[in-house]
Design a protein around this ligand. Structure first.
Ligand SMILES: Cc1cc2nc3c(=O)[nH]c(=O)nc-3n(C[C@H](O)[C@H](O)[C@H](O)COP(=O)(O)OP(=O)(O)OC[C@H]3O[C@@H](n4cnc5c(N)ncnc54)[C@H](O)[C@@H]3O)c2cc1C
Length: 383
């Protein structure tokens, strides 16, 4: 079915055509082996879709965030997993918005051509959790270098990335006026001495790691923006991240709806297609409605972002509504398939696992609700 595909038909067709070369057998094989979809990411890079948001002057295609979100939506909608590649789009944005002219000139053309990948961002730490201001990784300036010590967790795609954006404290927490001050971000060569990377086997086939940082040396020139303002830069990039993830969830949602309808039409039990039963139809119809509604918020948020208007609330709402709608659609799709939903060859159980992640990462549901309560509804701060 072609539901929800009214916008950007040519872009969609081109991305779909590429994704069509990576069929369900490809993704099943990758999932079974817990491998990284190298061939898929290479094809996406070669076609220029990975550099969609890089301005033309740096060799990218200079597309809008709305268009970039359509690319990610088509990846998940084709049955693929965009978790292998979405990081580059929003990590690169941090460099684009806050990097120096020299850094942009040095790195962006190589990222656009695929020579370098900037797919990893090390923010989360095991003890700080969502309270990022409590991170313990510290960077101390020694002459022309920063020396970094600490630990990160859930640093994704690090083993398939030449560069990583790393958040570290440069001024101790007890010496800053505001707890969000005193953190800085750095562009790190992932092959550097001092990084010990240990993969975390997880529910999804998502290349993610623990990273132990022991006297990692970073040249001063790799500091992004001003020292001490890193947390602000990270927050600044979150709206784009939320909108792209929302679009991926929308793609998942339509994939589950398509699969549910196809199976409900074809599976015959008690001498009739199961889709004739309203007990099967209604949950699918309800999920479809929720995906459509979340999609409106995704386009609203993306359009505000593209107009350079403030979009924090909309980006958070889009991500939350889309992740929830996709997860509900996943559940209904599994139920519609009965026992066969559990068989890997139907892809439903894999996509079910993949879409579940987005209620937790890159930001968990409660934190979005708390943002809206405090910043939009004016309710008292709870932490
Ligand atoms: C597969 C995967 C990939 C990831 N990739 C990356 C990555 O590339 N880079 C990176 O930096 N991070 C990454 N993350 C980390 C991810 O962003 C965090 O897991 C997520 O933000 C939640 O943080 P936490 O796990 O520390 O949960 P915690 O902060 O420990 O919270 C646990 C639970 O308690 C809730 N909670 C906490 N405080 C409150 C409160 N005050 N009120 C109500 N509820 C609360 C949370 O919502 C959550 O449900 C990844 C995680 C996963 C699972």
């Amino acid at each position: 079915m072609n539901l929800g595909r009214e916008n950007h038909p040519e872009l969609r067709d081109a991305v779909r055509q590429l994704c069509g070369k990576f069929d369900s057998a490809y993704w099943q094989g990758i999932d079974e082996k817990r491998a990284y979809p190298e061939a898929f990411v290479a094809a996406l890079t070669e076609a220029g879709w990975m550099s969609a948001l890089i301005p033309e002057e740096y060799g990218g295609s200079g597309l809008s965030l709305t268009e970039a979100s359509v690319i990610m939506e088509e990846v998940t909608r084709s049955g693929g997993n965009a978790g292998c590649c979405h990081g580059q789009m929003y990590n690169m944005n941090t460099l684009l918005r806050h990097g120096s002219p020299e850094q942009k000139k040095q790195y962006l053309p190589k990222i656009a051509s695929g020579e370098l990948r900037l797919q990893a961002m090390g923010v989360t730490e095991p003890t700080a959790g969502t309270d990022t201001t409590r991170i313990k990784t510290v960077a101390v300036r020694k002459g022309e270098r920063y020396v970094v010590n600490g630990q990160k967790v859930w640093t994704s795609r690090l083993q398939h990335s030449e560069l990583m954006i790393l958040l570290a404290r440069t001024t101790p927490l007890d010496r800053v006026a505001k707890k969000s001050d005193g953190m800085s971000i750095f562009l790190v060569d992932t092959g550097s001495k001092g990084l010990d990377v240990r993969p975390i086997r997880n529910m999804v086939n998502h290349e993610t790691n623990q990273v132990f940082i022991d006297n990692l040396e970073i040249p001063v020139g790799n500091l992004i923006g001003e020292e001490g303002k890193g947390f602000r830069y990270i927050l600044d990039g979150l709206n784009a991240e939320r909108i792209l993830i929302a679009a991926e969830c929308i793609g998942d949602g339509y994939w589950f709806i398509d699969k549910s309808c196809a199976y409900a039409n074809e599976r015959v039990v008690f001498d009739r297609p199961i889709g004739k039963n309203q007990g099967i139809q209604f949950p699918i119809a309800e999920c479809y409605m929720e995906i459509e509604a979340a999609n409106l918020m995704r386009y609203k948020a993306a359009s505000l972002y593209d107009q350079k208007s403030s979009c924090g609330a909309e980006a958070n709402m889009a991500k939350h509504l889309a992740a929830k709608a996709a997860w509900e659609a996943a559940n209904v799709c599994l139920q519609t398939h009965g026992g066969f939903g559990f068989a890997a060859e139907y892809d439903v159980e894999r996509k079910f696992r993949e879409t579940r992640l987005y209620l937790v990462a890159p930001i968990s549901t409660n934190l979005i609700l708390s943002y809206l309560a405090e910043h939009v509804l004016g309710l008292p701060r709870s932490f």
